[in-house]
Ligand binder design. Structure first.
Ligand code: ADP
Length: 448
């Protein structure tokens, strides 16, 4: 097992990883930017190393600074968290070359799944159903027009290097295509340094259902059931839950088996997520694989009783996954609400400042993953997520009531947050009914 792990991330996920390290008796070193000097991660870690100025490109995306920090603090492994360098194959490879274990899959797996067009090719070879469309980058707007004619409108333009819903455009009619192509390319170029696009048929009424997988380096892999992340705003997740109200046990096992086929195809190990779109007839289509820990991993932790970060550390250290598929039991219902520093009443305008008072909810079945404390000043350079509130209860209706209770208890004063927005959402007939799709949140917001 590792002696000391560098956490190449910030915010709640850095805190989450430090906790897992400490429970395994591993020392944790927080890599922090100048804007995060007073962060909770720095307080909780055994050591902390400043890796540069606030701008992500100069700190949390600065691979040489992170690797140097790991070397000087004598770490034998790096945990990348999510976002930042977690899905950068060159970073994973550089760690290996410097004799530091990257806590995640192989650089090759990251590379194959990170290019979404290549990922679709690999999954096609594994016989996994895909959303109709291209699985190589579009050469020109003319080619895009020809393919769109072929698969039929509406279509979706997506960035080959995509993530976080950026570089994505729905195109309803042929006359919108050329403009959408240009803007999506420009957005992808700016966000990812690569403007290549691919095209899919746009499926208007679908759920986002993803399967969590865990595999070791000895060829053994299992799936841990699904999370339903259909409540989205601008293609970004707002609420996640499990089990999905739309899945039968039979469909769960079928989707799980499909996910494991994908894992076997690329020899994937560590934690990963296969994302699918599920239509109203029970057909599902592979969308992409995330080769890292997900923001919403606590949902699966509640349902299965497994600690995913602990398993990430054990697997990266070469240990065997000592669980068989039939040992995985999904119990009860879990819901996660993301709390962001945003003003929902003003088109989710970012809010910043000092948190005067922070009183997280607790009590039975409530977990809060957050880096907040009273007096914390939020830096403006990073993602706006402040906390994740995750609840568990015996069934979905009770979990909704528990989440409502938890959200009402939570106090974050001094800055505007999405707490009231989430509280309202929990009380909408749509969410309560469980009959939700990726367009549902937009419908709710248009109504209110
Ligand atoms: P990103 O990696 O940028 O987050 P994803 O491929 O995961 O992009 O897609 C994000 C969301 O966009 C999905 O959860 C879904 O709501 C929507 N989406 C993606 N592809 C399609 C499609 N072909 N049809 C309808 N919705 C889609």
């Amino acid at each position: 097992m590792f002696r000391k792990v560098l956490i190449a991330n910030r915010g709640e996920i850095a805190v989450r990883i430090i906790r897992a390290c400490h429970e395994l008796g591993i020392k944790a070193v927080a890599a922090y930017s100048e804007a995060d000097r007073d962060s909770l991660a720095v307080r909780l870690a055994d050591e902390a190393v400043c890796i540069g100025p606030p701008a992500p490109a100069k700190s949390y995306l600065n691979a040489p600074a992170l690797i140097s920090a790991a070397l000087i603090s004598d770490c034998d492994a790096i945990h990348p968290g999510y976002g930042f360098l977690s899905e950068n194959p060159y970073f994973a490879e550089s760690c290996r070359e410097c004799g530091i274990t990257f806590i995640g899959p192989s650089a090759d797996s990251i590379k194959r799944m990170g290019d979404k067009a290549l990922a679709k090719q690999a999954m096609r070879e594994a016989g996994i159903p895909l959303v109709p469309g291209t699985d190589s980058p579009l050469a020109s707007v003319d080619e895009a027009e020809a393919i769109a004619r072929d698969i039929g409108y509406p279509v979706l333009l997506k960035a080959v290097a995509g993530g976080g819903g950026r570089g994505m455009r729905v195109v309803q009619t042929p006359d919108e295509l050329a403009r959408a192509y240009a803007t999506a390319r420009a957005e992808a170029e700016a966000a990812f340094g690569r403007g290549d696009l691919y095209m899919e048929k746009y499926l208007p009424v679908v759920r986002h259902v993803e399967i969590q997988v865990l595999g070791d380096q000895h060829g053994h892999a299992i799936h841990l059931g699904e999370r339903d992340c259909s409540l989205q705003r601008r293609h970004q997740k707002v609420v996640e839950e499990g089990p999905s109200p739309a899945l039968t046990e039979e469909l769960r096992q079928r989707m799980g088996a499909t996910a494991l086929k994908g894992v076997a195809e690329i020899g994937y190990y560590n934690a990963g997520t296969m994302e699918f779109l599920l239509d109203t007839e029970g057909n599902y289509y592979f969308m992409e694989m995330n080769t890292r820990l997900q923001v919403e991993h606590p949902v699966t932790e509640w349902l299965t009783g497994l600690d995913l970060v602990r398993w990430q550390l054990l697997i990266a250290a070469g240990e065997r996954l000592t669980l068989d598929q039939n040992a995985v039991k999904i119990r009860g219902h879990a819901i996660e609400c993301r709390i962001n520093a945003e003003d929902a009443a003003r088109d989710f305008m970012p809010s910043a400042g000092t948190v005067d008072l922070y009183l997280p909810p607790s009590g039975p079945g409530v977990r809060v993953d957050s880096h907040l404390y009273s007096g914390y000043r939020t830096p403006t350079n990073y993602d706006s997520m402040l906390a994740k509130i995750i609840v568990w209860d015996a069934d979905r209706q009770r979990a909704i009531k528990r989440m409502t209770r938890a959200l009402s208890e939570c106090v974050i004063s001094g800055i505007t947050t999405t707490l009231p927005f989430q509280l309202e959402l929990m009380q909408t007939p749509e969410f309560i009914s469980g009959n939700i799709a990726t367009h549902t949140l937009a419908d709710i917001m248009a109504r209110t």
